[in-house]
Ligand binder design. Structure first.
Ligand code: VGL
Ligand code: ZN
Length: 246
């Protein structure tokens, strides 16, 4: 029997509650417990902020940022549903150090809603810097969510702005489309990817982060802290090889 047929048989058997009676096939059971397999109609790939601003030559380059592009392009073939996000700031945005006299990029300030890391000016609406990476090939993507466009409020998360009150609408969109599971990829692991994954958990989704489809900024230990927090909240850390294509 081919592996694929066996897996399908097991899936059918498992959903019919027959697995315990299948004796000799039991050896193949770990397949069912892993993330392997096509994600299916109730899963969505979320591609976070794969924009010119976050790769070499951009205004806030993430080390190795462009390396996620071929990984994500390949993953896309496995997904029925794909959501793309763009960091989409106004000029003079509150997350820019330049908007705070005397402050330098990568320092922090307290804003109304809490602590805010200050960044170089980046991903300004309508600029080439804010465009999606030109090698990103996601012809089947269904929606693009832009975030961070309220001048006084940042939004690392694709679900909720940093005031923790203003929704982007992505949670409702995914729920209305029957999505139960999200696979988060993109830039940067320790900021927009992590916040998106954590908020997806908060909204009740099953959440995977595909580690080799992300790259991090890693500011003062932020990457280790992000993984710790994600793991504490039940976000599952996997590799792109764990997701079967087509
Ligand atoms: C991001 C810092 C500032 C991100 C966005 O996409 O991770 N990081 N704005
Ligand atoms: Zn930003």
């Amino acid at each position: 029997m081919h592996a694929m047929q066996r897996r399908n048989l097991l899936k059918t058997a498992a959903s019919a509650g027959l697995v315990s009676g299948l004796g000799g096939l039991g050896m193949a059971l770990p397949l069912l417990a892993s993330a392997k397999g096509r994600p299916g109609a109730k899963a969505a790939l979320i591609v976070v902020d794969v924009q010119n601003c976050f790769v070499d030559g951009g205004t806030l380059p993430v080390k190795g940022g462009a390396e996620v592009v071929p990984v994500i392009n390949k993953l896309a073939a496995a997904f029925d549903n794909i959501v793309v996000t763009q960091d989409w700031h106004t000029a003079g945005h509150a997350s820019f150090a330049s908007a705070h006299p005397g402050q330098k990029p990568f320092s922090s300030v307290k804003l109304d809603y809490g602590n805010q890391v200050l960044w170089p000016d980046h991903c300004v609406q309508g600029t080439e810097d804010a465009a999606l990476h030109k090698e990103l090939q996601l012809p089947t993507a269904q929606v693009i969510v832009r975030k961070g466009f309220n001048k006084g409020v940042d939004s690392y998360s694709a679900f909720e702005e940093a005031d923790r009150k203003t929704a982007t609408g992505l949670g409702g969109y995914l729920k209305q489309r029957g999505i139960k599971t999200v696979y988060v990829t993109g830039l940067a692991t320790d900021f927009c990817v992590a916040w998106t994954a954590l908020d997806a958990r908060k909204a009740g989704f099953e959440v995977y982060v595909i580690e080799d489809a992300t790259r991090a900024i890693d500011l003062n230990g932020s990457l280790a802290a992000a993984w710790k927090q994600m793991q504490a909240k039940g976000v599952k850390r996997i590799q792109s090889a764990d997701v079967a294509s087509a």
